[in-house]
Design a protein around this ligand. Structure first.
Ligand code: TV1
Ligand code: CA
Ligand code: ZN
Length: 379
């Protein structure tokens, strides 16, 4: 446990390319890459960049994308544009292009940027230059080998894990996005070298429809996937308690040599697509808890559809990772400051929109089921 002893500051690197925030999925589409620019302004406004190594990231190469994705899918992503897409009608169907994953200008470049940043970040962990590496533009956990899904075109998480597997023996993936981390789970469902744990809303219908607690892995991978299905309205206290009571034994038993945390912000209260009641501090507490184990860590973004809250969350989590305490009053000089009205606070109250449908009985029962799965992990 090398860096939870108060004074010690881990070496933190922040990986970002401003170009990634300029892409548009479409005017009505909830995914707004613009939120990454707001996040970056907050990080710089609070002077957090002075506490980290900053890297302007490069684009992932075709070869790197091919480490996970199929050649015909990548070729399709390279070729398709809004102008020529009518000529590709068959391919659009074959590759699941539609409302969730539209063809937009520069789509392939966008993919290269966010994946390149996750690969750069994983490289800093491998070289030991960073203890913690951050890429808020990554975390697109639904993309599959052969097709896009749920706003995700290429799976930067899978690519970063494949990179880390070259030197790390056991990798833990933790996903606190509102949605099930199905693409990452599927990619490593058969292996005991990557353990995936996702917390998400689940009722069998909610996107992507998977992630019940009985999905635990197959073959060698059996018991190396863990799913925490939750109902609407979960609050700070029950979420953080459940998170810690699951992650503590997972880390003790699996003994990961590296951890990737996907920090999707749609699990916050008041998210445009969300249904939980989490506040920024509780979400951040989950990140702080993982960090306290002192294992090399890659922190990624993901969902998050209310940009003013996404950016506050990821700025706050950056400060948690860099071990810096922030004033909750936002800096006076801040581009786009009016986006944060009327409170101009880092910690607006997001916690009381939904009724908590997770009864004590439901959560206690779930915890027992999950801990039962972990009993098989003694390796
Ligand atoms: C265009 C315009 C697309 C308005 C999509 C919400 C839109 C959604 C839109 C939307 C929307 C989803 C489904 C239905 C699959 C479909 C980044 C056939 C108001 C990681 C992805 C959610 C979440 C996909 C991604 C979901 C992430 N919800 N308005 N689409 N079926 N898709 O339900 O995990 O956060 O909603
Ligand atoms: Ca999740
Ligand atoms: Zn999500």
């Amino acid at each position: 446990n090398s860096f939870n002893d108060g004074g010690y500051r881990p070496n933190v690197s922040y990986h970002y390319n401003p170009n990634v925030s300029a892409y548009h999925y479409g005017v009505r589409h909830p995914m707004k890459p613009f939120r990454l620019m707001l996040t970056d302004h907050l990080v710089i406004g609070y002077k957090l960049h002075e506490q980290m190594d900053l890297y302007e990231t490069r684009r992932a190469t075709e070869e790197e994308l091919l480490n996970f994705h199929s050649a015909d899918y990548i070729e399709f992503l390279q070729r398709i544009t809004p102008e020529n897409s009518t000529k590709f009608a068959d391919d659009l169907k074959k590759f699941n292009i539609g409302d969730d994953c539209p063809v937009f200008d520069g789509m392939y470049d966008y993919c290269q940027y966010y994946a390149g940043a996750s690969l750069d970040a994983s490289r800093k962990l491998i070289s030991g230059m960073s203890d913690i590496a951050i890429n808020w533009s990554g975390g697109l956990h639904h993309a599959k080998k052969y097709e896009p899904s749920g706003f995700c075109y290429v799976n930067d998480i899978v690519m970063a894990i494949l990179n880390l597997l070259r030197v790390h023996s056991r990798i833990l993936y933790i996903d606190i996005d509102l949605h099930h981390g199905d693409g990452v789970q599927e990619a490593f469902y058969l292996t005991d070298r990557v353990m995936t744990v996702s917390f998400h809303k689940y009722n069998g219908e909610f996107f992507p429809g998977t992630g019940n607690y009985d999905e635990v892995g197959v073959g060698k991978g059996k018991h190396f996937a863990l799913n925490v299905p939750l109902q609407d309205g979960i609050d700070d206290e029950s979420y953080v308690r459940l998170f810690k009571s699951v992650i503590e034994p997972v880390i003790a038993k699996f003994r990961p040599t590296a951890i990737i945390q996907q920090c999707g912000a749609d699990s916050l209260g008041c998210d445009r697509l969300g249904c939980f009641n989490l506040n920024i501090k509780a979400h951040g507490e989950c990140v702080k808890y993982v960090k306290s184990f002192g294992v090399p860590m890659l922190c990624l973004g993901g969902g998050g559809y209310t940009p003013r809250n996404v950016s506050r969350l990821w700025c706050y989590e950056t400060s948690v990772l860099a071990n810096v305490e922030l004033n909750s009053k936002l800096p006076d000089s801040l581009p786009f400051r009016s986006w944060f009205q009327p409170d101009y606070s880092l910690h607006p109250n997001l916690g009381d929109r939904f009724e908590n449908k997770n009864t004590k009985k439901y959560l206690d029962n779930l915890r027992v089921q999950l801990l039962e799965n972990l009993r098989y992990l003694n390796q």
